[in-house]
Design a protein around this ligand. Structure first.
Ligand code: ADP
Ligand code: MG
Length: 249
């Protein structure tokens, strides 16, 4: 399938390759996401989805190809990774909250320490974000006192408190109880509705179908098929996409 052409992509990967040792993981990957768009990456385990997200915020350096995010050349040898990561938030399956810090402290820490912002201003924002992720009243709780879904929402609020322009979500609901998955997904949907550019790796096909503007299906380090959520789920073109969707839908 030919690559997606966007006039003004906010995130663009072109011909990206990456190998770990002798194992090729990304094999000429093309991907483009517009500003304020919600893009989902789906595909079998091991197809390279997490690696794509890690290449977008420079946690994993690419071997070749071009990566540009919010006007920053991520593949440049002179990349300022700190500057990039201020603009690109990432939330993982494991929430990685500091267990001996309260919910509020977890959210406030990075904006104060990394961005040097003023404490009272950060606190006001942190409280507002905790309200947005529906955790008002939990400000002084410790992570261990919260459910998985609540901890994940703290992790999302913490990431948002850095005021990023892009949010990456890597299977953020994969470890959650089914009844808490929805509360996390609806928070993500709200963030997206407010115009945040979001790239999600997810196994939640119904969520992808409903919330994504655009969907990439990956297999073996390549984008096999891409299209609007509507087109890709209703009428997948490639046999590999069909086989995958048959299994997971
Ligand atoms: P997905 O998220 O689609 O399951 P990943 O991007 O995590 O896939 O991984 C793709 C492939 O790269 C897998 O075969 C995985 O074992 C391998 N891989 C990922 N990260 C590393 C690493 N740091 N070192 C070695 N191999 C890795
Ligand atoms: Mg993964």
């Amino acid at each position: 399938m030919s690559k997606r052409i966007l006039e003004n992509p906010f995130i663009e990967l072109q011909g990206v390759t990456k190998a770990f040792g002798r194992t090729p993981v990304l094999q000429g990957l093309d991907l483009a996401v517009a500003r304020s768009e919600v893009a989902c990456i789906i595909g079998p385990s091991g197809s390279g989805k997490s690696t794509v997200l890690r290449c977008i915020n420079a946690l994993t350096p690419v071997d070749s190809g071009r990566v540009e995010v919010a006007g920053i050349r991520v593949d440049s040898a002179r990349l300022d990774a700190q500057a990039l990561r201020k603009r690109v938030g990432i939330v993982f399956q494991g929430y990685n909250l500091f267990p001996h810090r309260t919910v509020l402290q977890n959210v406030m820490m990075a904006p104060i320490q990394v961005l040097g912002r003023e404490r009272s201003e950060v606190e006001a924002q942190a409280r507002a974000l905790l309200a947005k992720v529906r955790l008002t009243g939990k400000e002084n709780a410790y992570p261990g006192e919260l459910s998985g879904g609540q901890q994940q929402r703290v992790a999302i609020a913490r990431s948002l408190c850095m005021q990023p322009e892009v949010m990456l979500f890597d299977e953020v609901t994969a470890a959650l109880d089914p009844e808490t998955v929805k509360e996390v997904l609806s928070v993500i949907q709200e963030i997206a509705a407010e115009g945040m550019t979001c790239v999600l790796v997810t196994h939640e096909m119904r969520f992808a179908q409903e919330a994504a503007d655009y969907v990439y299906f990956m297999d073996q380090g390549r984008v096999v098929e891409h299209g609007s959520a509507d087109a890709l789920f209703r009428a997948p073109q490639d046999a590999r996409t069909r086989a995958f969707l048959d299994k997971v839908l």
